[in-house]
Write a protein that binds this ligand. Structure first.
Ligand code: CMC
Length: 393
């Protein structure tokens, strides 16, 4: 059967060539299609970055207007999907609803499963997915709190419409806060792609069997749901809340994180690839300061605890020796909380941001006609034995 090399967790195995995202963990560099993440976070919008990742170039004014218009026109979901949503208990986790309803789109649009997909059909699938995920995500939240579902508004831009569907009520007038819209754009941009991470590799692997884009993305959502992957932002907030409830003594928790007798880790610290700093963390820290200031929440006890923890860790020999720095999730939860996003929606927000990356990677994989993904193994079981009848065992 040939020679098989084992690399558990694919720590050193490249699974593909890709022209989408460049990442240098030693230098702390992240670029989408060659553009530094710092410039995109500062100057671009989430939808423009989505176009860049998916189609490879920044859109012209005309291209962006068409992309935006198409997405706006597809935000409604089929009313039968609403019936599926009605079947979920209000206790259902929004990530469970999101993955199920995104997967159901394959059944509503069966042309999406095909060995060859025309450019028109693929563009339509992309637009549908980009548009409908925000409606489904907002509805998954409304379902969890038992509130009436809010239908999309075509006069609002992508992020504003999402916030409107999340937070408005049919009984009240709702004004979307531009500070919140800007912050949301930035957060989604920072999450939009991160090369061959666990969920993205999942999307590519499922898609390599010629499965539909919807089904592949749904599989990616399930991978992201795992606490080792997308769940960290929620854990950071829960950690900060525990420290606050414990009296706010950060040195005690730093000691806990360093102790070999305690499995506790400082959540939001350290990264498999970034060993110098996570460039997303630098941007997000500044954004957290600005957003909380603008919303009048600068005295937030959680922000204060996070700043103290960061300062203590950055000057502590244990963290310095191990090259442990704050990662993107250290401050993202604080901003989401300040924006009014409930904790159980944090991973859904990550999915919303990561969607253009998943789409771009799926599209690249299909366009490059990559073969079906099929890893090998090193077999460690019984070599051969004879079958025994059940009463002889
Ligand atoms: N707090 C305390 N000690 C830590 C931490 C931490 N957050 N992270 C790593 N260490 C220690 C670890 O105990 C080990 O020490 P020693 O060498 O004495 O045994 C050393 O640092 C190396 O750790 P590792 O687990 O071998 O490193 P890794 O590259 O396999 O793990 C990580 C990376 C992100 C899983 C880990 O740093 C961690 O668990 N961090 C906390 C969870 C977290 O914030 N995750 C979000 C990741 S960013 C989101 C994303 O991009 O998907």
């Amino acid at each position: 059967t040939g020679y098989v090399t084992l690399d558990s967790g694919y720590k050193n195995t490249g699974a593909t060539k890709s022209a989408i995202t460049f990442l240098d963990g030693e230098e702390g560099i992240l670029r989408y299609r060659g553009y530094p993440i710092e410039q995109l976070a500062e100057k671009s919008s989430f939808l423009e970055v989505a176009y860049l990742l998916i189609y490879g170039a920044l859109p012209t004014e005309k291209e962006f207007a068409a992309f935006n218009h198409e997405i706006t026109q597809h935000t409604l979901v089929h009313e039968d999907i609403r019936k599926i949503l009605d079947g979920f208990p209000s206790s259902a986790h929004p990530m469970g609803i999101l993955s199920s309803l995104i997967c159901s789109l394959t059944a509503f649009y069966p042309k999406s499963i095909a060995p060859e997909i025309s450019k028109e059909e693929l563009d339509l699938n992309i637009v549908r997915l980009m548009a409908k995920i925000s409606t489904i995500a907002a509805w998954s939240y409304k379902n969890s709190v038992g509130h009436p579902l809010i239908y999309p508004r075509n006069d609002l831009d992508y992020c504003a419409n999402f916030l409107y569907m999340m937070f408005s009520f049919p009984t009240e007038k709702y004004e979307v806060n531009p500070i919140v819209v800007r912050a949301l754009n930035k957060l989604l941009i920072l999450h939009a792609d991160h090369e061959q991470n666990c969920s993205t590799s999942t999307v590519r692997l499922v898609g390599s069997a010629n499965a539909s884009l919807y089904g592949s993305v749904s599989a990616g959502i399930n991978a992201l749901w795992g606490p080792l992957h997308g769940g960290a932002n929620q854990e950071v907030i829960e950690m900060l809340e525990s420290i606050e409830a414990d009296g706010g003594d950060t040195s005690k928790w730093i000691a806990k994180a360093k102790s070999k007798d305690d499995s506790f880790r400082l959540m939001g610290f350290g990264h498999r690839v970034y060993k110098n700093f996570d460039p997303r963390a630098t941007i997000i820290k500044k954004a957290a300061d600005e957003v909380l200031q603008a919303l009048g929440l600068q005295d937030s006890p959680l922000l204060k605890i996070a700043q103290e923890l960061e300062q203590a860790a950055l000057t502590d020999q244990y963290f310095i020796e191990r090259k442990l720095y704050p990662n993107v999730d250290f401050y993202s939860g604080i901003i989401y909380k300040a924006l009014g996003i409930p904790t159980e929606m944090f991973t859904v927000m990550f999915a919303l941001g990561r969607l253009p990356g998943w789409i771009a990677q799926w599209k690249e994989m299909r366009e490059n006609k990559e073969p079906i993904g099929r890893p090998r193994q090193i077999y460690t079981g019984e070599l051969e034995r004879d079958y025994q009848d059940i009463n002889a065992r």
